[in-house]
Write a protein that binds this ligand. Structure first.
Ligand SMILES: CC(C)(COP(=O)(O)OP(=O)(O)OC[C@H]1O[C@@H](n2cnc3c(N)ncnc32)[C@H](O)[C@@H]1OP(=O)(O)O)[C@@H](O)C(=O)NCCC(=O)NCCS
Length: 221
């Protein structure tokens, strides 16, 4: 039996999430929801777009699960804001794991997380709540991906790594085994991270170095 799901957001990520949930999960997407100030069209892909502020009048917690379909905007802050707000209102969240991902049997994945095709997630890995792993990453054994993280594509995260809360990992980034990435990092595309990082910084290059005088919160996604 299909389970009703409301997608928070109505942009590209929401349309992508609709495809995956509809065609590769047992969820049935019944509506989209955005904040009233961003409500333009009242219908998208044949489903209603509801004002987030009044969502409970159509789908109360218990009537449907949610997935917050927002990418890395504001260093994951926008997705996190909706996730925490809806959680406080009592909603439960779907996570999606592609049927074409390799996820070992004892991997732990939190709620409101989305794992695209061709990710390899090895034994004893933990992926937190509200994380997005775009396609084709390697997440090595014992690694911990903390809450609210976004990993783009084709990152190689070796074993025993720790990816700090709310961080962004760009395409093709590589992490040596055991590296601890601090919270709120932006790791640029193609970076080679060979040692632990400091919070709130932007790292680029090989070996990766922090951009001087640059806060990760100033990066526009
Ligand atoms: C790191 C990043 C966020 C910085 O973007 P930005 O804030 O616009 O910074 P700028 O383009 O002004 O670059 C600042 C400096 O870092 C360098 N730089 C930026 N990204 C770099 C990268 N990936 N590798 C090496 N150097 C990089 C720039 O050349 C520039 O150097 P300069 O000051 O000597 O000219 C961005 O370049 C990046 O890598 N984004 C990830 C892209 C991605 O993975 N997208 C996936 C889809 S979501």
């Amino acid at each position: 039996m299909s389970r009703p799901l409301v997608l928070i957001g109505a942009g590209e990520m929401a349309r992508i999430a609709l495809e995956y949930f509809e065609h590769d999960s047992d969820y049935d997407v019944v509506a989209f929801s955005v904040e009233r100030a961003h409500l333009k069209d009242t219908e998208l892909e044949g489903r209603p777009v509801l004002a987030y502020e009044e969502l409970a009048s159509r789908y109360a917690p218990g009537d449907a699960e949610l997935f917050v379909a927002i990418p890395a905007t504001g260093l994951n802050r926008l997705r996190t804001r909706f996730y925490l707000d809806a959680k406080a209102r009592g909603y439960r969240f779907a996570s999606y794991v592609s049927s074409r991902a390799f996820v070992w049997r004892n991997v732990e994945i939190g709620e409101n997380s989305f794992i695209f095709e061709h990710n390899v997630v090895q034994p004893f890995v933990t992926v937190g709540n509200n994380c997005i792993l775009w396609s084709g990453n390697h997440v090595g054994h014992r690694t911990v991906v903390r809450d609210h993280v976004f990993v783009a594509s084709h990152a190689v995260i070796s074993g025993f790594c720790d990816i700090g809360e709310s961080s962004f990992v760009g395409v093709n980034a590589t992490f040596n085994d055991g590296v601890k990435v601090a919270a709120d990092n932006v790791i640029g595309s193609g970076a080679l991270v060979v040692r632990d990082t400091e919070p709130g910084k932007v790292y680029v290059g090989s070996p990766a170095r922090a951009l001087p005088d640059r806060s990760s919160l100033d990066v526009r996604f």
